[in-house]
Design a protein around this ligand. Sequence first.
Ligand SMILES: Cc1cc2nc3c(=O)[nH]c(=O)nc-3n(C[C@H](O)[C@H](O)[C@H](O)COP(=O)(O)OP(=O)(O)OC[C@H]3O[C@@H](n4cnc5c(N)ncnc54)[C@H](O)[C@@H]3O)c2cc1C
Length: 453
Amino acid sequence: MMYDIVVIGGGPAGITLAKRLGNKYKMAVIRPEDHSLIYCAMPYVIEDLIDEKKCFKKDELVTENGASLIRGTVTSVNFERNQVILNSDTPISYRKLVIATGAVPFIPPIEGSTLDGVMGFKTQADLEKIQSLINNGLKRAVVVGAGAIGIELAQALKHKGIDVSLVDMASQVLPNLVGIDFAQKIAEELTRNGIHLLLNSKVEKITGYTCANELHLDNGEIIYFGDYAPCTGNNNETVKGLVVFATGVVPELSFLPKDKLKTNRGGIIVNERMETNLPNVYAVGDCAEFTGFITKESAPGKLATNAVPMAMVLANNLMGESSEYKGFINGAATKVYDYYVGGTGLSASAALKEGFEIIKGYSQLTTQFPIMPGKKELRVKLLAEKNTQKIIGGQVLSGEPVTNIVDLISFAIQKGATVNDMIELSYSAQPYQSFYPAGNAIVMAAENIEKKF
Ligand SMILES: Cc1cc2nc3c(=O)[nH]c(=O)nc-3n(C[C@H](O)[C@H](O)[C@H](O)COP(=O)(O)OP(=O)(O)OC[C@H]3O[C@@H](n4cnc5c(N)ncnc54)[C@H](O)[C@@H]3O)c2cc1C
């Protein structure tokens, strides 16, 4: 079978390509799963907020515009013959190949990392394993990694009545999202809700015969799973504890022949048109390495909100337009009990590491007029580069959703807005939805920076 375009991977990047190109080219999307998942919603399935089936994306997202969906695993690629090899034996020919194979959870190769009950958190199998352990009486869990995914999972497990420890070797929670000030508030919120937060702690080893029994931290502390009623895991073995590593992901490139495609730690190296070093071979999403919008250097950015725009740029180029991806800004957010928190651009520590001289500005208002009964706290932090006065980062902590404010700051970064541009921001006000007309959190944070220049 010959296709104009073959896409390996049916995640957000693959789906975006199918939607845009399915009716223009003979196109196939290859993925092994029965169901493509809405990963972001997985913690809320565990929390019983939504049914697992609601997390399944419909196949029509791939097929409704005419693309074919092939269920299977690509086990190899023959770049010389323009063929992918499906399930070790079936060749499928392409004119253009897009690699969109995402990334898999990183589980450090420490002692005990292959014991039953030690896992990552990405697939339907991961989700169902955790649900099965919970249903079989799991009492204690350790989530390693206090980033957004780890925090969301820890809350979900706690909600199910499980004793949860959240461990991170960093000195603060959400180290890639916010500074220490907002992180401190989030840490207090986690602790107030009964999650044991263990920062500055590295997992040294996990012990047990076939199942995780004890988790040893480098400070000598041991988290013991054995006192609790056993529950049943795979093959009816006894699994007493659960250890989930939410410590980042590594690009999924295991099926690629060695030394053909140029890769780096972050994935396949692509240019701003999403082209690899090989003709007619492209890569998008979590499996590709790319640069930060501000630093122009290789940067982390494994987010669906980066995968989709990368795929959109590629779709435009495959249709003959000329489109360029400008780099990761990394706007992201999470919810931690009563707090919504988000960040974008560079954090202060990342900016300093990159050699930027920065000035920070703060504002603290309310989400509604302060005289309204439902008002919640709203804090905004803006970061500007001292020389250019350009906005290079921002963070928001609130009792109400923050993504709109995060996105506005991202847009300011994208457009090269300065502190003065932010002071001149034209905004709206209404008693239920904002602070008084006399003040806006972004404007006031910018004014706070201006005073320090
Ligand atoms: C629990 C969780 C919560 C998250 N929350 C957020 C969030 O709130 N916001 C956000 O922006 N991002 C979030 N992310 C990250 C986001 O899900 C990823 O960045 C995004 O899915 C990447 O999209 P992708 O298409 O590049 O790769 P993926 O979604 O990983 O898809 C890769 C596809 O390739 C397939 N594949 C891999 N190897 C092969 C092969 N050899 N043959 C055939 N198919 C193959 C896979 O099976 C899969 O279908 C979250 C991730 C997780 C796990």
